[in-house]
Design a protein around this ligand. Sequence first.
Ligand code: AFP
Length: 345
Amino acid sequence: MADAPALEIEHLSHPANPSLLTIQQHVMREQRRFPNATGEFSWLFSGLTLATKMIAARVRRAGLSDILGSAGATNVQGEVQQKLDVFANETLIESLSWKETIGLIASEENDRLTAVHYGSPGAKYAVVFDPLDGSSNIDVNVSVGTIFSILRCPDGCADDPAKWVLQPGREQVAAGYVLYGSSTMLVYTSGNGVHGFTLEPSIGAYLLSHENIKMPARGPYYSVNEAYRDSFPAPYPAYLDALRRGGLGTKYALRYIGSLVADFHRTLLKGGVFLYPPTADAPGGKLRLMYEANPIAFLAEQAGGVATDGARPILDLVPDAVHQRTPFVVGSRDELELFNRMAAN
Ligand code: AFP
């Protein structure tokens, strides 16, 4: 019998196309940094990506379907729930409940923690989220977002859900947001830089579009609801004046959408500073520490930026309640250096 021809191998002549890297592949690649990684984390992440694609689809059709407007109830914050808030919350909980590694869920929309696989030996993570931030903007077609934070079960957490969830932001395993804007983007960090993925709607996949995002060291904008300026404490009014009058070399312009994910996304890409100071109506600040400030602060620090509550780094704050609020200042290195200097005087 004649010798069979040897199988020939042709080597790929070009490197893999990075723009075809999906979020799933990226998360798996990041996990390989940890020798004992099991792939469970990327399975967990798939619950988030599926839910946010469903939310994106619903947001896109918001004007066409009967989903705009109030759902007729208020949430734990006393805010009127929009129908899309309810849909986003239920979709995230439903999608995440399939993931055996999730023990607990905490949502902005729910008064109490939700036990998912709490008590099961495989449950390692808690997921904390704001299902649809900026939802008072939905009816006027302004960008909204989902913000999430993932926390690992620390020693002893099995008997104590508070110990599991009420961890400082520094302990986050991963965090990110999805911005439902002119395109849908997912931006996340697992502690190794900040990476952005754009949803390609024709194939339903988040594809890598912004690798290793770095926040410019200085930017052109400050972002704050200046209608409350009269009740801002020191140093906020003087700080805003300094930016406007060229204290950092250029005269700053103002940009404010009123939707944290959109305002932060601009700050992340263009630089500058976003502020939600204490006000007369909200002396402890308006934004929520665990599912707004912590995940955004983690992203900011990973991108070279800074986040503070006016006195301490956001990520060092030890929460004592899931829905606790905080003043919040986040942005580029130079703007935050000036802010911290003025706050210390
Ligand atoms: P809603 O989800 O109720 O629209 O609140 C959005 C938000 O929590 C945050 O996304 C904004 O940065 C902030 O509130 C805007 O608050 P003001 O309307 O007081 O400026």
